[in-house]
Design a protein around this ligand. Structure first.
Ligand code: N01
Length: 534
């Protein structure tokens, strides 16, 4: 049965067909709800559909960066690399969509323009840019945390005559930079992943760096069959262990403090983790994100590594970050720093004086024009709130979500907002989301949302909406938890500081996945405490 023909009966409209929207659809279907997914792209995969830049891959190991809701799916899919690259992740998303027959309920090439709550009918009315209008009892935003690309308003931007790309909006057909002079603006994770590959291709690569970034080696490798077999045999215990860690990743987090460990032991531990590779590095000591002094021991170690990897001491110095390690998202690299040893790569430091302008022929900085054939903007995203604020979302009394969030996002558990009945956000601001392994976080949200809808159906209830006081308390708790960590101290996208005019509010919940799960479970067990149900 095609739900489009029965839209009056739709229980839910889901916005986005990334990992969140896909599982939401599957879960709701399994519970007997009718749902339709609206997706701007022409295929599933969300982040992995849009971020096709060279070198894009996950920084959580693939065997963990995957769904666990279906044991059969988990057992039948074989990851080929420790950190899967974007094409493999997209193949996985596609496989999931086909395996669970999801595509028949997804409208592709359909960008949602507005969503408004019709109070009299108790339904959401969703309008799309291509003129579709749907209504459903529930509207579930699965719009992603890093899905609204940020293209800074550089002077002269439109005058550039060459090719322009944004890492978060990469052409499907790929880009061949062979023989080209290329500029990259930005040195965050997307740049760290793409720069080595673009440098190997381009005639010349000029990197404009405003803030140097810490990167630890990925030590990516092909996965052996016996390793995969072992993981598959241990999946249930590995997944259960992961739920007990702050990040939802099965890591060995040390409970030793850096400041209570001798300098030799500390270095040995950093070295061990450095040689292992990946984000696990930051789990070396429990005080790294709460004590400046402890953090400095870790930052010093990485800076020394940068100097050992980069031949020119001045370039090594410019590439060495001076801020708190882990304050901005730690990058995981494959040959990033070594790329600056190449003769065809130039680093331009724009930390003290911003880029002057984009010119018809290139980029001007420090008064000098760098002529290029293409510019790659690796300038990140309007994170967490960007994708939601692009949609004109109206709740009770026509209240606009953009207005409610004008001083920063406010949501109860990062999943629902006072004034917006029957509207859910998957991994919204105020949830652990980007500070965790996104896949288990998404699954936890989807299951919680589906449970709440089932609870309402069982009791013939029509509306669920957070109580303002509960929301207020949660927002306070999220802010207070963040203020106790060093993450609060730098100009990261977690705080919205990368977007001019965006309120400085730490958006994700830093209290950890287990604490968050416990809170969500308590709320549900208490009959959805903090929510008004009617
Ligand atoms: O974006 P970013 P990203 N002039 O915001 C610079 C996830 N991710 O796309 O730091 C000059 O980190 C900006 O400079 P500054 C991951 O969570 C994961 O790289 O603001 N430069 C910065 O260097 C990540 O954190 C993976 O001073 C300007 C860069 O642009 C998140 O996505 C891979 C500028 C933006 O870095 C975002 O990463 C990729 C200006 N006007 C992404 N404006 C994995 O590994 C901005 N910049 C899984």
């Amino acid at each position: 049965m095609d739900a489009r023909n029965h839209e009056a009966d739709l229980d839910a409209v889901i916005v986005g067909a990334g990992f969140a929207g896909m599982y939401m659809l599957h879960r709701l279907r399994g519970l007997g709800f009718t749902a339709r997914v609206l997706e701007a792209g022409s295929g599933v995969g969300g982040t992995w559909y849009w971020n096709r830049y060279p070198g894009a891959r996950c920084d959580v190991e693939s065997v963990q960066y995957s769904y666990q809701f279906s044991s059969d799916l988990q057992q039948e899919w074989d990851w080929t690399e420790r950190y899967a690259a974007q094409p493999e992740l997209l193949r996985y998303a596609d496989h999931v969509a086909d395996r669970f027959d999801l595509k028949r309920d997804i409208d592709f090439n359909t960008r949602v323009k507005s969503a408004a709550f019709d109070e009299a009918a108790g339904r959401w009315v969703i309008e799309t840019a291509n003129g579709k209008r749907l209504s459903a009892r529930f509207c579930i935003m699965a719009t992603g945390c890093l899905s609204s690309p940020n293209l800074p308003d550089f002077k002269g931007l439109e005058s550039f005559k060459g090719d322009r790309y944004h890492t978060g909006y990469w052409p499907k057909e790929g880009v061949d930079f062979t023989g080209k002079r290329v500029a990259v603006i930005g040195t965050g994770s997307s740049a760290v992943q793409s720069i080595p590959i673009m440098a190997a291709q381009a005639a010349h690569l000029t990197v404009f760096q405003r803030t140097a970034n810490y990167a630890v080696p990925a030590h990516n490798k092909a996965l052996e069959a016996d390793y995969i077999a072992r993981v598959k045999a241990e999946y249930p215990t590995m997944r259960a262990r992961a739920r007990t860690t702050m990040t939802g990743i099965d890591f060995d987090y040390s409970d030793r403090a850096a400041l209570e460990t001798s300098a030799e032991d500390r270095t040995r531990e950093y070295e061990r983790r450095w040689n292992h590779g990946g984000l696990w590095f930051l789990g070396a000591f429990k005080d790294l994100m709460v004590s400046d002094e402890a953090n400095a021991t870790c930052a010093d170690f990485v800076r020394a590594k940068i100097h050992s990897r980069v031949r020119d001491p001045e370039i090594a110095r410019l590439l060495s970050p001076t801020n708190t390690i882990g304050c901005k998202r730690l990058c995981v690299d494959i040959g990033y720093y070594e790329t600056f040893n190449r003769g065809n790569v130039t680093l331009i430091d724009v930390s003290e004086r911003p880029i002057d302008a984009i010119t018809p022929e290139g980029v001007r900085a420090h008064g000098r024009e760098h002529k290029v054939d293409a510019i790659v903007f690796a300038t990140g995203f309007d994170a967490m709130t960007g994708a939601l604020n692009k949609i004109d979302i109206r709740g009770r009394g026509g209240l606009a979500l953009r207005e409610k969030w004008s001083a920063g996002p406010r949501a109860y558990l990062g999943v629902a907002m006072a004034g917006f009945p029957n509207l859910y956000t998957i991994t919204g601001p105020g949830s652990p989301s980007v500070l965790t392994n996104m896949l288990p976080t998404i699954e936890q949200h989807v299951e919680w949302i589906a449970d709440s809808m089932t609870y309402m159906r069982d009791r013939q209830l029509g509306r669920i909406e957070p109580v303002a006081a509960a929301e207020e308390e949660w927002v306070g708790h999220v802010g207070e938890a963040a203020s106790r960590t060093l993450r609060y101290t730098c100009s990261s996208w977690y705080l919205g500081v990368n977007i001019p005019g965006k309120p400085r509010v730490f958006m994700p919940y830093i209290g950890g996945f287990p604490k968050y799960i416990a809170k969500c479970n308590d709320v549900a067990a208490g009959g959805y405490e903090g929510f008004a149900l009617a």
